[in-house]
Design a protein. Structure first.
Length: 486
C-alpha cells in the first residue's frame, strides 16, 4: 500500500471496517446499535463461502445473544455428533470429540459448541447488520492508507482499487490472516508451523453416508487421516484430509473424490457435488501489535489459529465485542482516547493464550473441553479492572459475569444492550446512589446470590466485571474515567 495525500471532498465515516467476515460483521452490529456511523468494505463480490470455522463456543453464543442473533444461530445449526471410527469399511468404535460440561459448571445456558457453517453464520450476522441500518460495500479492495490530518482533523484516508476513497476517524483491519492492512502498517506477525502436513477442507454432497456421526478414518500407511462431518442445518458434509509433507493438494472435485475413495469405503461417485474447497497448512501466529495509531487489528488479521479446538472464529468475534463499546464511548466524546489503548492491552494476551490452546489441541496435548469453551477467560490484569474489596471471593473484577437467575429473573436479560449494569446483591445502596450514577448504568437490586456473593458488581457493556466493592466508594470515580457521569 502506498500513501496518498488526503482530499477535502472525501466521503467520511466514524469507523471503516475492512473485511466482511464474522469479525467485521460482529463489530459492525455492535457499532450500529450504538449509533456509530460505520462502513464495512469487502474485497469480494459477496460474503465468503465455505464452512471454515463451524464451531461456535459457549462464550460466543452469549455474545451472539447480546447482539440479537442467537435465535437465528440456534435455528441454523445443531450439536456436534459423536465421532465414529472406521476401519476397513467397518465401524469399530465411537469417540467423543468434546469433554462434556458438568451441569451449571460455568453458569451459562450453553454447555458445548454449537455447529453452524461459517457461511451461514455470516449470512445471519449480515442480516442483523442490515436490520440495524449497517452497511457493507462489496468489491472494495483497499490499496492505500494515509493517516495525515486534513482540515477536519485526525483520521485515516483509505483508497480502493475501484470506487471513491473514504475518510474515517478509525479503521479496523478484519481482513484475515493475509491482512493487506497489517502488511501496509509493517506490523510483524510471529508464529510457527503447527503441522508440516498440508490439509484439504471441502464442503461436499455425499451419498451413502449417515448424518448421525462425525466419520473418522484414521491414517493408513503413508496417508493422513480423513474426517467427514455432517454440517448441521444443511445437506452438506465437511471433508478434512491430511497429506504427507510436501504433497500438492488437489482441491478439485476429482481430487476430493480421489482422496475420499482411497481412504474410506465410499466410491468416487458417492461424492456427488463440490460446493467449496480450500487447502492450508496449520499454523499459529500473533501480530506484534493490535493497534497502530488510528488503525486496529482484529480477528485473523491479529492472530491465526489451527482450526483444531474451534478457537479462531470465536476469539475473533470477541475481539470485536471488546473493541465495539470502547470505540462507541470515545466517538460519542464521553471517554478519553486512552480507553482505546486497552483493546490491545486486554485482547493480545488472550489471543496469545488461546493460540497456545489451539496448538495444544491440534497436537493432542489438550482436550476439547472446559478451556475451549472460553468462559474462563478474563481481564484480571487490565487497567480497566478494579476490585476494592480486601478479600474478593467467588466472582472477581475481571471475570466474565456469570449467567445466573436472581429472584426469578435471568441476569443476562438485564445485561443485554449497550449499557453498563450495576448489580447490588445483598446490600442496600441507599437512596442517593441511583442519582449519583449516569443514565447509561442500569441498577439491579436483589438478595445475595450464591455464585456472586454479596456486594456491588459493575458489569461492563461486554459482560465482564469491571469494578467490584462492598460500598459505592470509588464507583463514581471509576465510571468518570469512561466519561460515564451523572
Amino acid at each position: 500500500m502506498s500513501a496518498n495525500g488526503p482530499s477535502a471532498d472525501l466521503a467520511t465515516v466514524d469507523v471503516l471496517i475492512v473485511g466482511a467476515g464474522p469479525t467485521g460483521l460482529a463489530l459492525g452490529i455492535d457499532l450500529a446499535r450504538r449509533g456509530v456511523d460505520a462502513l464495512i468494505v469487502e474485497r469480494g463480490e459477496g460474503l465468503a463461502r465455505g464452512s471454515r470455522g463451524k464451531g461456535i463456543q459457549p462464550r460466543t453464543m452469549e455474545v451472539f445473544e447480546d447482539l440479537g442473533v442467537l435465535e437465528a444461530i440456534l435455528a441454523a445449526g445443531g450439536e456436534y455428533p459423536v465421532g465414529m471410527i472406521w476401519q476397513d469399511g467397518k465401524q469399530v468404535g465411537e469417540h467423543r470429540m468434546f469433554d462434556p460440561a458438568e451441569d451449571a459448571e460455568e453458569n451459562t445456558r450453553f454447555t458445548g459448541p454449537w455447529m453452524v457453517p461459517q457461511w451461514r453464520t455470516q449470512e445471519i450476522l449480515f442480516a442483523r447488520l442490515t436490520e440495524l441500518g449497517g452497511r457493507v460495500e462489496f468489491g472494495r479492495e483497499a490499496v492505500s492508507l494515509d493517516e495525515s490530518p486534513d482540515r477536519r482533523g485526525d483520521g485515516v484516508t483509505v483508497r480502493f482499487a475501484a470506487g471513491d476513497p473514504v475518510r474515517a476517524r478509525y479503521v479496523v483491519a478484519a481482513d484475515g490472516g493475509r491482512s493487506a492492512v497489517r502488511r501496509s502498517l509493517a506490523i510483524g506477525m510471529a508464529g510457527e508451523t503447527v503441522d508440516p502436513n498440508p490439509m484439504l477442507v471441502a464442503d461436499v454432497r455425499i451419498a451413502g453416508l449417515g448424518r448421525d456421526f462425525w466419520h473418522v478414518f484414521p491414517p493408513h500407511g503413508d496417508e493422513g487421516f480423513l474426517a467427514i462431518c455432517p454440517l448441521a442445518g444443511t445437506e452438506d458434509f465437511q471433508v478434512v484430509a491430511q497429506f504427507p509433507e510436501g504433497t500438492p493438494v488437489d482441491t478439485s472435485l476429482d481430487g476430493v473424490r480421489k482422496v475420499v475413495a482411497a481412504r474410506s469405503h465410499l466410491a468416487p461417485e458417492d461424492v456427488m457435488e463440490l460446493r467449496w474447497s480450500s487447502n492450508f497448512q496449520p499454523r499459529a501466529a500473533l501480530a506484534d501489535r493490535f493497534r497502530a495509531g488510528r488503525v486496529f487489528l482484529a480477528g485473523d488479521a491479529a492472530h491465526v489459529h489451527s482450526p483444531a479446538g474451534g478457537q479462531g472464529l470465536n476469539t475473533s468475534v470477541q475481539d470485536a465485542y471488546n473493541l465495539g463499546w470502547k470505540l462507541g464511548a470515545v466517538l460519542r466524546g464521553s471517554a478519553p482516547e486512552r480507553l482505546l489503548d486497552t483493546y490491545e492491552e486486554e485482547r493480545r494476551p488472550i489471543a496469545a493464550q488461546v493460540l497456545g490452546l489451539s496448538t495444544g489441541v491440534h497436537r493432542g496435548e489438550v482436550k476439547r473441553g472446559k478451556a475451549t469453551r472460553q468462559l474462563g477467560l478474563g481481564y484480571w490484569k487490565s487497567s480497566l479492572t478494579a476490585d476494592t474489596r480486601t478479600a474478593p471471593e467467588r466472582v472477581r473484577a475481571g471475570d466474565r459475569a456469570p449467567d445466573v437467575t436472581v429472584a426469578g429473573a435471568r441476569l443476562f436479560d438485564a445485561f443485554q444492550g449497550p449499557h453498563w449494569t450495576l448489580l447490588a446483591l445483598g446490600t442496600d445502596l441507599g437512596a442517593d446512589v441511583p442519582a449519583s450514577l449516569p443514565e447509561t448504568v442500569r441498577v439491579v437490586h436483589a438478595a445475595a446470590e450464591e455464585t456472586y456473593g454479596p456486594g456491588l458488581f459493575l458489569v461492563r457493556p461486554d459482560g465482564y466485571v469491571g469494578w467490584a466493592g462492598t460500598s459505592v466508594t470509588g464507583l463514581p470515580e471509576y465510571l468518570a474515567g469512561f466519561g460515564e457521569r451523572p
